[in-house]
Write a protein that binds this ligand. Structure first.
Ligand code: MSP
Length: 541
């Protein structure tokens, strides 16, 4: 673990609405967070990685009714599918929270009672607009009117309807000064300036108290003190981050660790739910007397080629499963992490998918492994030569480049920039490809006086592959280990903490080599992907 760092690392994804099955947009967030959870484990943190399902609300009740199912049976099925999908993607979550879990329901009710008792929640009347697909309330000043004169949701553009009913409210106004002070004291709370828009749009015009219960439907957590009210799905959902840790339960040992000041807490969310996580969630935590997270990291969205968000309710997004079947899990994971600059929106593009895999995984990584193992076989009978202080200027430079890219990788990953982290790891692999060109081992092999140079070249190539594989392991959860196995890296030297100790491969006998990544046929695969995506987006050329 890096010095002066916290001991624990708590990372969460949003809990996805259990209204339908998962698609590649959700998988995108899941892969980023999973890669970071794996990275932090490699670095020695005690990590808790949470994901789950958001199972209450009007939209889910409607979907269940449309499917002719009882809501609980409906969400049970969907949650099972979520788990299967994440299993297929090797997501390493430590828990899966469902908002219909008894532990969650009880804890939410207790939190509500606590806030009610201390006067942060009060009963009044709600009048305003409601967007059912987004489960969001909007005030008169927030709602938009479209060209047909219809009131629409400012977030998704769909029609909103007028609601008026008795409801409980969360006293947000009271916490605004404290919230603004927190923002000021923690400029990294929301990286990349993604807080300014929230402050300008929602806080500056005057944040109103939030309506947090509904009486017009029943599929939600009832308020203990007044059970005709169910708790607003967003309050229910946000609390998952602490209920999963045992908040207000008989056993809150996880909370003591992962929600402590000795823990780095980070929530990953898509930009459309920034507002809930950077305004209401901190207010809720302040009211409950809990510490605030270190960061809310707002990532971009995957869009269709015409710039529309891939989304369940728009029905335009494919599942990740057919992509995994055809290309392999690591290929999909790598594409997501590397191709879409985290923090920006990205388009799922067949061309780029094929190019990225062929360029980085086939040409750079797979190829280096293949060439290195076959040269060690040819020149050294498949045994990595003993480590020696390098004499060749090219090899010396390779070692210093290794250090450079390792440092770069760590600082990017520590800043949650998986895109640049993956880039640094591939650059490190390319140090090996470049060295092969510079040293031309096939020429050295012809001259017995160059045997030492040949040996140190073979050694550093194997070492580059060892380190590169360790750095790529959070993304390539199957193939990086396969590469380490082909080199036959001793167990102790597969550990992250040994990446700066370059002496562990002396005399290692390589295992049988086999191709790590098959090359993708550009035309055939671009056509296949375009068809798969267009079937969902309706964007046939
Ligand atoms: N249930 C709420 C979250 C509650 S968290 C306390 C919700 N669910 S959701 O299923 O609609 O979306 C959850 C997250 O999925 C989004 O924030 C985003 O991170 C991710 N994505 C959904 N569509 C996406 C894309 N097209 N691209 C990238 N991420 C996407 O909101």
């Amino acid at each position: 673990m890096p010095e002066n760092q916290k001991k624990y690392f708590y990372i969460t994804t949003p809990i996805y609405y259990a209204s339908a099955n998962l698609h590649i947009g959700h998988s995108y967030c899941e892969v980023i967070t999973d890669s970071l959870a794996r990275y932090k484990r490699e670095r020695g943190y005690d990590v808790f990685f949470l994901t789950g399902a958001d199972e209450h609300g009007q939209k889910i009740a409607k979907n269940a009714a449309n499917a002719g199912k009882d809501p609980q049976a409906f969400v049970d099925e969907v949650a099972e599918n979520f788990k299967k999908t994440w299993g297929a993607m090797h997501i390493s979550n430590d828990d899966f929270i469902r908002t219909t879990d008894k532990r969650h329901v009880e804890s939410v009710q207790k939190a509500f009672s606590k806030l009610l008792k201390q006067g942060d929640i009060y009963l009044s009347k709600y009048e305003g607009w409601y967007c059912t697909p987004d489960e969001s309330f909007w005030t008169d000043s927030q709602v938009k009117v479209n060209e047909k004169g219809v009131h629409v949701c400012p977030e998704c553009g769909r029609e909103v309807h007028r609601e008026s009913e008795e409801a409980y409210f969360l006293n947000c106004k009271k916490y605004i000064p404290q919230l603004l002070k927190f923002y000021e004291d923690h400029p990294d709370f929301v990286p990349d300036g993604k807080l300014n828009e929230m402050i300008n749009t929602f806080i500056k015009p005057g944040l109103e108290d939030l309506c947090i219960t509904r009486t017009s439907f029943t599929w939600g957590i009832p308020v203990k003190e007044n059970p005709k009210h169910v708790i607003y799905v967003w309050i229910d959902a946000l609390l998952n981050y602490v209920t999963a840790l045992g908040y207000l339960s008989d056993d809150d040992s996880r909370l003591q660790k992962y929600w402590s000041n000795d823990s780095e807490i980070v929530h990953f969310v898509g930009r459309e739910i920034n507002r809930f996580h950077t305004i209401y969630w901190p207010i809720l935590l302040m009211a409950l007397g809990l510490r605030l997270p270190d960061h809310v990291y707002v990532h971009g969205l995957l869009l269709t080629r015409s710039g529309v968000k891939l989304s369940k309710s728009l029905g335009n997004a494919p599942s990740p499963l057919p992509l995994i079947d055809r290309y392999g899990l690591d290929e999909l994971r790598y594409y997501m992490v590397r191709e879409v600059p985290i923090g920006e929106d990205g388009t799922f593009t067949p061309n780029q998918f094929v190019d990225r895999i062929n360029m980085d995984l086939v040409n750079s990584y797979g190829n280096l492994l293949n060439r290195t193992l076959s040269m060690i076989k040819k020149y050294d009978d498949g045994v990595v030569p003993a480590y020696k202080e390098p004499t060749s200027a090219n090899v010396k430079k390779a070692y210093s480049d290794l250090e450079l890219y390792t440092n770069q990788y760590e600082s990017e990953m520590d800043a949650y920039n998986v895109t640049k982290g993956a880039d640094a790891a591939i650059n490190l692999i390319n140090v090996g490809n470049k060295l092969i060109e510079l040293e031309a081992p096939w020429v050295l092999a012809k001259d017995p006086s160059k045997k030492e140079e040949l040996d140190e070249t073979m050694y550093v190539l194997a070492e580059i592959l060892r380190i590169g594989s360790i750095l790529l392991r959070p993304f390539l959860v199957i193939k990086a280990d396969e590469a380490l196995k082909q080199i036959n890296v001793p167990e102790a030297y597969k550990k992250y903490e040994t990446i700066r100790d370059h002496k562990g491969l002396s005399g290692v006998t390589n295992n049988e080599a086999s191709q790590l990544f098959p090359r993708l046929d550009k035309n055939a695969e671009t056509a296949f992907l375009a068809d798969l995506i267009d079937t969902h987006t309706g964007e046939h050329a």
